[in-house]
Design a protein around this ligand. Structure first.
Ligand SMILES: NC(=O)c1ccc[n+]([C@@H]2O[C@H](COP(=O)([O-])OP(=O)(O)OC[C@H]3O[C@@H](n4cnc5c(N)ncnc54)[C@H](OP(=O)(O)O)[C@@H]3O)[C@@H](O)[C@H]2O)c1
Length: 265
């Protein structure tokens, strides 16, 4: 199936690892030129190299999007090398700090790194999309935005803000040819999630093998209808669809890719 994406150019923030890396690679496979982004130079350059070795086109840039100056540098790099048709706002971080241990500083940091980081990219990259009359803005949100647990409240609140800003931006962009949507993952098996679950598994006696740990994690933390964690490629597939012209009539939407973890209509 031709997704109609060949020749487009995308900035995928936080594509030096995890979901962003999978999204960057799948978009590249559709003929999209990728600006790989992260904070760690080695990881970021390695993903760009891997895209190129697979026959794709990739540049790379680093910078902490939780800071104005670095974010500006990243956006300028992206714009100076050509038009950016697709912005995937994926960069962000999570921890497992409870209500007892969270602090106003952690809330502030979560907002800077997980929300304002996205606003910084939108403010720089969306006006040129609007002028050209076509563009895609895709926020990676999460099921915890609408169905939070009791833990890491600063993170789950920051996810809610991503979902909210997606819809507000879609309304603002009405009639412009630029859409704004959210992909909302459930728990997805990236190396950072695997590390967290292995540590939890050891503490809670979930067993030794990854199969035992995943089964217990699904039972105890993220019960869902499919009965497993998601895989990064499953998030990438939804993102590629939203990025494509096939989704011209989709704006302000949330696509959940969570095996049915979120229990609402
Ligand atoms: N995995 C899940 O289960 C899941 C579920 C729901 C939502 N999400 C969301 O999906 C996104 C990606 O998560 P992931 O699991 O793939 O995480 P990950 O494997 O830890 O990767 C995070 C990526 O974001 C970058 N990053 C983090 N904070 C940044 C900042 N302040 N400035 C610039 N880059 C930053 C990291 O760069 P460096 O590593 O180079 O520093 C890395 O490329 C996050 O926004 C997360 O909230 C994930």
């Amino acid at each position: 199936m031709d997704m109609g994406l060949a020749g487009k150019r995308a900035l995928v923030t936080g594509s030096s690892a995890g979901l962003g890396e999978a999204i960057a690679k799948m978009l590249a496979g559709e003929g999209v030129g990728i600006i790989v982004h992260g904070r760690d130079e080695g990881r970021t350059a390695a993903v760009a190299k891997s895209v190129r070795e697979s026959g794709g086109f990739a540049e790379w840039v680093t910078g902490d999007l939780g800071e104005d100056e670095a974010a500006e540098r990243v956006a300028d790099f992206a714009i100076e090398h050509g038009p950016v048709d697709i912005l995937v706002n994926n960069a962000g971080g999570y921890d497992h700090v409870s209500w007892s241990d969270t602090t106003p500083e952690l809330w502030s940091e979560a907002y800077q790194g997980n929300v304002i980081s996205m606003v910084r990219m939108i403010k720089k990259l969306v006006p040129p999309m609007r002028e050209r009359g076509w563009g895609r803005v895709i926020q990676i949100g999460g099921g915890l935005a609408v169905q939070p647990h009791g833990s890491h409240p600063h993170y789950t609140a920051s996810l809610s803000a991503r979902h909210n800003l997606t819809v507000s931006l879609a309304r603002e962009l009405r009639g412009s040819g630029v859409t704004s949507n959210t992909v909302a993952p459930g728990a997805i098996l990236v190396p950072s999630v695997e590390r967290l679950l292995r540590a939890a598994g050891e503490r809670l006696g979930w067993g030794e093998s990854w199969e035992e740990i995943e089964e217990a994690a699904v039972r105890e933390i993220v019960p869902n209808d499919v009965g497993r964690l998601g895989r990064p490629e499953e998030i990438a597939a939804a993102t590629v669809y939203l990025a494509s012209p096939l989704a011209d009539y989709v704006s302000g939407a949330t696509i959940r890719v969570d095996g049915g973890t979120v229990r609402t209509v």
